[in-house]
Design a protein around this ligand. Sequence first.
Ligand SMILES: Cc1cc2nc3c(=O)[nH]c(=O)nc-3n(C[C@H](O)[C@H](O)[C@H](O)COP(=O)(O)O)c2cc1C
Length: 464
Amino acid sequence: MKVLVFNGSPKGKTSITQKHVEFFSMNFPEVEFRTVYISKEIKKFENSSEYKSETLKFIDDSDLILFAWPVYYMSVPAPYLRFFEIIQDLHLDKHFSGKSGALFSTSIHFFDHTSHDYVRSMCDILDMNFTCGLSAHMEDMTKTEGAAKMIGFMKKAIRLSKNNHRTPKQFEKIISPEFRYNPGKACTEIDSGESSVVILTDHGSDSNLGSMVERFAGNFKFPPRIVHLREAELVSGCMGCLKCAGDQICIFNNKDNHRKIVEEIIVPSDMLVIAADLRHGYFSAEWQKFLTRLFYNGHVPLVKNKFMGFLFSGGFNKRPFIREIFEGFLLHSDNSILEFISDEVNDSKLLDTMIDSMAVEMMNDFNEKYIPFMKFPAVGAHKLFRDEVYGRLGFVFEYDYKHFKSNKLFDFPTGKPHMSILRFLLSSVLKIPPFRRRFYMKEMIPGMLRPYDKVLKKIKTKTP
Ligand SMILES: Cc1cc2nc3c(=O)[nH]c(=O)nc-3n(C[C@H](O)[C@H](O)[C@H](O)COP(=O)(O)O)c2cc1C
């Protein structure tokens, strides 16, 4: 049995992910494991035809492909995305087609499921036989139970691969849209006054995205600042070196314009539109470089209190995890997302109306300062970060710990003595059968409604 591992960590051999791969290889001596450090070597894969054909030969020669990566920004590191882009652009699917594939990630479980969705979608579009996946917390391998689960996973992947197990596909291929967006003439004329509207985009000349960006911008009396990602001249995405954790200074700080764009344009903005071409099934690797570099600020959000919207070309409706990622990532830091608009509506007039409405409503919400409540992805995001930063992460990310503490974000339900006393008293009283009967049969529902009735009564007394 030959397993080919595509290691997705930019740290290559010195990555936590690779320690897990070593664990697999030591526990399964009868299996031949070969690792390609594809994220670390992405430039070689892209530019050297020798390296590329050697890698493709390894694929042809393998029985099972193990995609092993660290979760970065709810997806994968930028070079891993680039790898999948190259595979698609060069039509290398035939090397993967019919091969068994297994997924393994390390992370702190923050949107690990969306990251798995992304890699699963790549297995599906490459016509691979997906076997199974495992998402390990970065500390799991060091615990007996975690180590046992890892062995269970690898056993299963090998068994399913040997049995040529078939699973239904979860994700469809994305086909380039034939629809050409022709924006109409009339736009609204919004006076954004002193507020700042920014559009961050990666549109190319051959997609509808450029026209969508122009249409949105055209709604404002004072033209919004349009920043094309190429202005950032990114030398790299985040390498995961964590050298920024002490002083929030990235090793690439003065080598490109990332920080300048973030701190001089994005942070001070009031309304922010993200425009992305999803032709490869997710944000581009260039976008992921930009996003992962935000890690210099650790778990403290840089994008907050903004009224936001998304413009997409292609792919959005077939990749539901994209909405989930951004609703989790952005809504837990007091941003509001007006809409996700994609050219998949295939109708220029309708697209005009949707884009114009988003511009108008963004301005209205900004004026009203209306930010809705968070939903589960954002609530969950907050709680997970809170617990991790309070725990071991807080030692390394001291700045994050201080931020959470000073902003009262360690809002655990525990540590509130009055709650414990109340619970103790109530549970003691409820042990007495007549009280118990009365509470559950009669008092509970009216008791639950009492605080709302109080609010409604106050309004009633105020209204004439
Ligand atoms: C830039 C960056 C982004 C990250 N994003 C996430 C994330 O979205 N979700 C998560 O659970 N962990 C995230 N992590 C934590 C890593 O997934 C985790 O530490 C992983 O084990 C690192 O593996 P490696 O050493 O193989 O790169 C992130 C780490 C870095 C450096």
